[in-house]
Design a protein around this ligand. Structure first.
Ligand SMILES: C[S@@+](CC[C@H](N)C(=O)[O-])C[C@H]1O[C@@H](n2cnc3c(N)ncnc32)[C@H](O)[C@@H]1O
Length: 900
């Protein structure tokens, strides 16, 4: 059965990094085609990505120190024994982990009689899944090809496991737009039909017509309930599969040439992963996207206060555009231990231990808190992880609910997406630390209180409050009255002794609690959370919780917060209970950021005289916390408009309307500069005959201050423009790594320099501009259009339609657009483009027309055309001929009219 194989796995490691591992092992036959993401991206991947993957490559067979060290860590001791002592690198990797089994059995993640099935499925490779890009021009064709061709033709092709219907739509995903495929790579190559399917997947993925994505990972954006006018923040966005989904959602129903009113900010802390994100989302061609690079828990506030505007004599907030950056939707897909991806990343079996989840809990809470703070009242936030662990899931949700009590609600979404099988969140769980079970915070030894936090436990209470509670109301221990004693003080003493010997560490400062420890049970409605488990519908695992913000929450920051097991360091200041001191208004968590604000001169210096103040402010956000820990509302960003001497600056004093200056303060990040070089813009407009209704002003940006040497010009939507303007106003708090859609590119070829226009239209920008172009645009017959895609360059005289060849020769030297005549269009010079218009960017040279589209794009487009037009091929050609005759007749009539 097995065959010796080299398999390259790319998987999400616990911290969210993509880990590539070259494995040398006996394949039990089911190695999924999609697992080797590299295969599809390989040849085309940019330098940055290759470097990134290379750096993370790890041979899971190589015995490293951590596996031999595992004996010293009680939580991974059995993992080490699982690896056994035979150091042969040829042995299949382990998919067993006794600690894992113990941990999840104890948590009651599934009932006892389900356990074997659960584990059995968890050990199987993950079926591949992909989504059709619903905002793509060909999405209906692709869906119908899957439904009518592949699904039917492959109906007889059972998988190696005997699975029938190995490709099928995911029943819970709207509109048959997401699919499951369970063929192994070997199978995909076995016969022609499967090979064709494989080729289809590779090609469509590369172009962006489909996106490979784990089925369960598609769920969180659906629960966000996105509308095209929403401002959305994706807090931990890389590598960007969910960002892509969010962009699809806002673009879905937008007409050709128009942009939605909403926008997405996709953020990730890791610069290299931001590059993956940019690469991934580039396929979406969106002018409504900003990619930022911040720690999500410190994502900046961008807020210019109303009363400050009043102070400046600018009372009308409407006139000032956006004055605060809050979001209608926030996706909080946090870094996690990742054990929900075990089927895709089996190397995790070896690495898994309970400490992984404990280690990320604090960060997860901080990110989720920040997400809520940045949410508009009435807005939704989805919190999700690809982990099954309650400490990363229910415990985080509970802590957020406790901190924002009353001002947020955990939504019951049980009626949404009814076909998705999911389980309610847990109400009780335990914490495992260093080989010991802890049912309550009072079990935590003093010296472990830096790592094990009160918020990890179902009650969420610290020792002191717990003691007060137990003293006062022993009987009131949870809504169900579950007071099961699981450990007595004597047991605990014995356990502490055991732990002491296990850890071989001093226990001088151990707490010696004398209270009875009871199993905790959360009184919060955590059953509204959703846990998707692998054996329910043959997927990976995921956890999802949906919050709604009910009111602008008052908040107190307090050093003794539940997250502060360790110290009173500023970084750990997070909202605590809201019952004490409060401040009105939106929560502003201004926590000391480790990010680097560059105090360098930039274009901003010339425009904004307050730069020194701004730098000071963004470098020292923690100064906003007063001694009591209360956020000082008055400080909030108002200094962005105040001189150091305290004088306010009026807009007029700066010389009228303020320009959008560059983003120049972040080290290593190119500035975002509004491109307003009139001569160049007018030249572009005139060359392509771009209709005046196309909005240019303040919609073009570059990453280069020097207008004369701009290589790429990007287009931004009005929503993105508003955010950029606000960002300038607040002192460039957002560190923007990518923004907008590449619309024009400087000509670099020899011939390009002799064209009257120095810029060509990029493929990404063409769909947006198409309805507005009136010059340098021609309509070609299907035959000529296909020839162009096939041969990539055709001499004027060699076009099938000689008239088209003549017209092409009359175009001005430079970039041009060739539109496919689908029969409805007459061969005239006025082309009425709409969402269904198929067009490509070309180059009109001295003797020929050449396409300016990658060969992969050409191949995919050819494939799309052959699928779309195969059924009515004859009809189309007849229509084309008819249209050509009509035009000829019209021209003849014109000529006669002219002659008369
Ligand atoms: C689970 S992955 C996100 C997957 C992504 N949402 C998607 O669907 O493609 C977690 C991401 O969080 C990022 N991350 C880790 N710590 C972070 C932090 N403090 N702030 C922002 N991002 C962080 C990691 O770099 C990683 O890309």
């Amino acid at each position: 059965m097995g065959a010796l194989k080299f398999i390259v796995y790319f998987s999400r490691s616990p911290n969210g990094l993509i880990v590539g591992s070259l494995r040398h092992f006996l394949v039990p036959s089911l190695i999924l085609a999609f697992t080797a993401v590299v295969e599809t991206m390989g040849g085309k991947r940019g330098r940055t990505q290759r470097k990134h993957f290379k750096q993370n490559k790890e041979n899971v067979w190589k015995r490293n120190r951590s596996s031999s060290d595992a004996n010293t860590n009680p939580d991974s001791s059995s993992t080490a024994s699982n690896n056994n002592n035979n150091h042969s690198p040829w042995e299949p990797f382990t998919t067993q982990n006794i600690d894992f089994d113990k941990y999840y059995k104890e948590q009651g993640i599934v009932s006892e009689d389900e356990w074997d099935e659960y584990l059995n499925v968890l050990h199987k490779p993950l079926p591949a899944a992909f989504r059709i890009n619903s905002s793509g021009q060909f999405f209906e064709d692709i869906r119908s090809q899957l439904e009518n061709d592949f699904m039917k033709n492959l109906a007889m092709e059972v998988t190696d496991d005997g699975e029938v219907d190995a490709i099928r739509p995911l029943p819970w995903y709207p509109g048959n737009l997401a699919w499951h495929s369970n063929y192994s790579r070997m199978q995909l190559r076995k016969n022609q039909t499967l090979a064709k399917f494989h080729e289809f997947l590779k090609q469509a993925n590369e172009i962006g017509n489909i996106t490979r994505q784990e089925a369960v990972s598609m769920v969180p954006p659906i629960f966000l309930d996105v509308r095209p006018d929403h401002f959305i923040l994706d807090m931990c966005a890389a590598p960007g599969s969910k960002t892509f989904q969010l962009l699809e959602m806002i673009h879905q129903s937008t007409d050709s040439g128009l942009l939605p009113a909403g926008m997405v900010i996709a953020n990730d802390v890791d610069v290299q992963r931001c590059n993956l994100l940019i690469h991934q989302t580039k396929r979406m061609c969106s002018a409504n996207l900003i990619v930022t690079n911040h720690e999500a828990q410190h994502f900046p506030s961008c807020h210019v206060k109303q009363k400050y505007l009043e102070k400046l004599g600018m009372g009308n907030v409407e006139d000032e555009g956006l004055t605060q950056l809050l979001f209608d939707r926030v996706l909080c897909d946090v870094p996690c231990s990742g054990d929900g991806t075990l089927r895709k990343a089996p190397d995790l079996w070896r690495k898994w231990n309970a400490g992984l989840g404990n280690g990320v809990h604090r960060l997860q809470v901080q990110i989720a808190m920040r997400g809520i703070a940045l949410l508009k009242v009435g807005g939704r936030m989805v919190y999700s992880t690809c982990s099954m662990n309650p400490v990363e899931n229910e415990a985080v949700v509970a802590e957020v609910l406790r901190s924002y009590q009353g001002s947020i609600e955990l939504l019951d979404v049980s009626t949404e997406l009814p076909e998705l099988v999911r389980r309610p969140g847990l109400k009780k769980w335990k914490i495992r630390d260093r080989g010991q079970w802890l049912a309550s915070y009072e079990n935590v030894l003093n010296y472990r209180r830096n790592a094990i936090l009160p918020s990890m436990f179902p009650s969420g209470t610290s020792c002191e409050s717990k003691m007060t509670e137990t003293d006062n109301q022993q009987e009131d221990l949870g809504p169900s009255g579950d007071t099961t004693e699981i450990e007595t003080a004597t047991d605990l003493g014995t356990r502490l002794q055991n732990q002491n010997s296990i850890d071989n560490e001093q226990t001088d400062n151990c707490a010696a609690p004398e209270i009875v420890t009871v199993e905790e049970n959360s009184c919060l409605p955590l059953e509204r959370c959703m846990r998707i488990l692998p054996h329910d519908q043959n997927t990976g695992a995921f956890f999802i919780a949906v919050f709604q913000k009910l009111s602008s929450a008052p908040v107190v920051l307090d050093d003794t917060s539940n997250l502060n097991g360790r110290s009173t360091h500023e970084d750990h200041k997070v909202p605590k209970n809201l019952s004490e001191k409060v401040v009105e208004g939106t929560i502003e968590l201004e926590i000391n950021s480790s990010e680097d604000a560059k105090p360098e001169q930039s274009l901003l210096d010339k425009v904004n005289p307050d730069d020194d103040v701004l730098n000071k402010e963004s470098g020292d956000d923690a100064s906003k916390l007063d001694s009591s820990g209360v956020v000082q509302e008055d400080d909030e960003l108002e200094v962005s408009e105040v001189h150091e001497d305290g004088d306010t600056v009026h807009e007029e004093e700066r010389g009228g309307s303020r320009k959008l200056p560059s983003q120049g303060k972040w080290r290593g990040v190119d500035p975002v500069v509004i491109f307003e070089d009139e001569a160049t813009i007018n030249g572009i407009k005139a060359f392509y005959g771009i209709n005046e209704s196309f909005p240019f002003k303040d919609h073009l940006v570059t990453r280069n201050n020097d207008a004369q040497h701009v290589k790429r010009i990007y287009y931004i939507s009005k929503s993105v423009q508003d955010v950029l303007k606000l960002n300038i106003r607040v002192g460039e708090r957002l560190k923007i790594t990518s923004v907008g859609l590449k619309i024009f590119e400087r000509q670099t070829s020899k011939e390009g320099t002799s064209s009257p226009c120095g810029y060509r239209i990029s493929s990404e920008g063409l769909p947006l501009l198409l309805p507005y172009i009136t010059k340098q645009i021609l309509c070609a017959s299907l035959a000529d259009f296909k020839h162009l895609l096939q041969y990539r360059s055709i001499k004027f005289a060699d076009f099938v339609d000689t008239k088209f060849g003549e017209k092409a020769s009359e175009l001005t030297l430079g970039c041009c657009v060739i539109v496919l005549n689908t029969g409805v269009q007459a061969f005239s010079d006025t082309i009425q483009a709409n969402a269904s218009t198929i067009a490509i960017g070309c180059w009109k040279g001295r003797t020929n027309i050449s396409v300016m589209v990658s060969s992969a794009d050409c191949e995919e487009l050819l494939e799309r055309l052959s699928v779309r037009f195969r059924s009515d091929k004859d009809g189309l050609e007849a229509k084309t001929k008819e249209a050509a005759t009509e035009v000829e007749d019209a021209e003849e009539t014109d000529k006669q009219a002219d002659a008369n």
